[in-house]
Every structure is written in structure tokens, then in C-alpha cells.
Design a protein around this ligand. Structure first.
Ligand SMILES: [Zn+2]
Ligand SMILES: [Zn+2]
Length: 77
């Protein structure tokens, strides 16, 4: 029996509790996406919802050819 929480297996909030099994791996942070986590899937990669929302613009720029630019009137000499 666990000496901290007194349960077998440990309660999920116990520091001795094993990590829940990873289902996917987040492309942004490299951490596990576990049962109950919200996630995004894009182009075969998985992302925590928070990671994806933080990085969505970078992902579009880096992997999907999005371009950010400043609109300017063409200059004609
Ligand atoms: Zn415990
Ligand atoms: Zn993540």
C-alpha cells in the first residue's frame, strides 16, 4: 500500500501515482497526451489543445507555407 495516499493503486493526485498512459505525443512540447486530454490532430501529428492554440500560427508558417507580410501598393517607376 502506498505510504502517502494509502491506496493501491495510488489516487491520481498522489505524487507516487504513475503517469497515465500516453496515447499520443504532442508535437510542440514532446509531452504525452493522456486519456482525458483535449488534443488537436493536424496532418498526422498530435498536439495538446493549449500547445496548438499557442503555436498554431507558427505551425502554419513553418509547415504549411503560410506567409505573413505587410500589404503594400506596388511601386512603379
Ligand atoms: Zn499514493
Ligand atoms: Zn504539448
Amino acid at each position: 500500500m502506498c505510504s502517502i495516499c494509502g491506496h493501491v493503486p495510488c489516487l491520481s493526485r498522489c505524487p507516487n501515482a504513475p503517469d497515465p498512459p500516453a496515447i499520443y505525443t504532442c508535437k510542440v512540447c514532446g509531452e504525452s497526451i493522456v486519456s482525458g486530454d483535449d488534443y488537436y490532430k493536424l496532418d498526422g501529428e498530435y498536439y495538446h489543445d493549449d500547445c496548438f492554440e499557442d503555436k498554431a500560427v507558427d505551425i502554419l508558417l513553418d509547415q504549411f507555407g503560410a506567409m505573413k507580410s505587410v500589404a503594400e501598393v506596388d511601386q512603379w517607376d
